[in-house]
Ligand binder design. Structure first.
Ligand SMILES: O=C(O)CCC(=O)C(=O)O
Ligand SMILES: [Fe+2]
Length: 319
């Protein structure tokens, strides 16, 4: 398994194969594809809704501007995912849908009964898939099977976000912009749905400082680990740095891109302390440049997932 051919995990394989291959992905790339999931039709419908939403006039979209609860619309130019590089502006717009948000915080398109019901079900399916993966990961680390799932309780305060992303067409390429700046995700797991085979996503191999493209297979979900796992595993699992680069401009090819991310995050009070696994018992946390920048490792006080999330969001948005 390597960055030039990211691991593919087949959810229809037998359990021990899945557990072994996820553990292998954990210790190598931190990014993998999953195949044979049941979300393809739902994902296509979610993309249709997303396209309809982003076609609305800006003033309507801006009625739902993001607030500190991380729910709402993020206009083009508002977000800078690479908080270490303030000059690069992200050429994208996004809509974050917080779980269990009240209907009046949703645009009419998403609040409409059938669509609301559909989005609620899509949410639940993405959450359930993440919980399934968390059980496999716990098995791989030989710890209690509910070790991770018990930190993602829906009835406390769910920290899951569906994020619809739209990267508008590009007619001129500029070195001053990027589609999504280099960053790691802040929670535990991310599911990323790609669409119409539009590429641009790249992952960083932190050991060699080299970028590798992630091929867009629409029928496979890309999964990556977020910062919580780097803390929990003392860096055995890396929260992988990724970005979306500008497309090559070719007037014969449409380069508009849509993607959808499902960010799964632990409950606020979850401690970011090492998991009780023999696999990492004697491990020393490697503090490379990214870990120093994104994680608060020199602090004596043990961070909670809520504190970490607040710190990362503050660096990303200026509300
Ligand atoms: O659009 C993509 O492919 C990636 C988006 C992403 O990494 C993010 O929003 O965190
Ligand atoms: Fe990301």
């Amino acid at each position: 398994m390597s960055f030039s051919s990211l691991p593919i995990i087949d959810l229809k394989a037998d359990e021990s194969t899945i557990v072994d291959s996820i553990l292998n992905a954990c210790s190598t790339t931190g990014f993998f594809y999953i195949r044979n999931h049941d979300l393809f039709n739902a994902q296509q419908h979610m993309f249709e809704l997303s396209k309809e939403f982003f076609q609305l006039p800006s003033d309507i979209k801006e009625n739902y501007t993001i607030r500190t609860d991380n729910h709402g619309f993020i206009r083009r130019g508002k977000e800078n995912l690479d908080s270490a590089n303030r000059k690069l502006i992200d050429e994208k717009e996004a809509f974050n849908i917080a779980q269990a948000v009240s209907r009046d915080r949703l645009p009419a398109l998403f609040a409409e009964s059938n669509n609301y019901e559909f989005i609620t079900k899509f949410y639940r399916d993405c959450y359930d898939l993440c919980m399934k993966l968390l059980v496999y990961i716990a098995k791989g680390f030989d710890i209690d099977l509910d070790y991770f799932t018990s930190k993602h309780k829906l009835e406390i305060e769910p920290h899951n976000i569906i994020r619809l992303l739209h990267y508008p067409p590009v007619t001129e390429r500029s070195d001053e912009s990027i589609r999504a700046g280099a960053h790691s995700d802040y929670g535990s797991l991310t599911l990323l749905f790609q669409h119409e085979h539009k590429s641009g996503l790249e992952v960083l191999d932190r050991s060699t400082n080299s970028w590798h493209p992630v091929e867009p297979f629409d029928d496979m979900i890309v999964v990556n680990f977020g910062d919580a796992f780097e803390y929990w595993s003392k860096g055995f699992i890396k929260s992988i740095v990724h970005r979306v680069v500008m497309p090559v401009v070719d007037s014969t090819k449409d380069n508009e891109r849509y993607s959808i991310a499902f960010f799964c995050g632990p409950n606020d009070s979850t401690l970011l302390t090492p998991i009780p696994s023999k696999l990492i018992l004697d491990r020393q946390f490697e503090k490379d440049e990214h870990a120093k920048h994104a994680l608060d490792l020199d602090n004596e006080h043990v961070l909670t997932a809520g504190e970490h999330l607040a710190m990362r969001l503050n660096k990303t948005y200026n509300y």
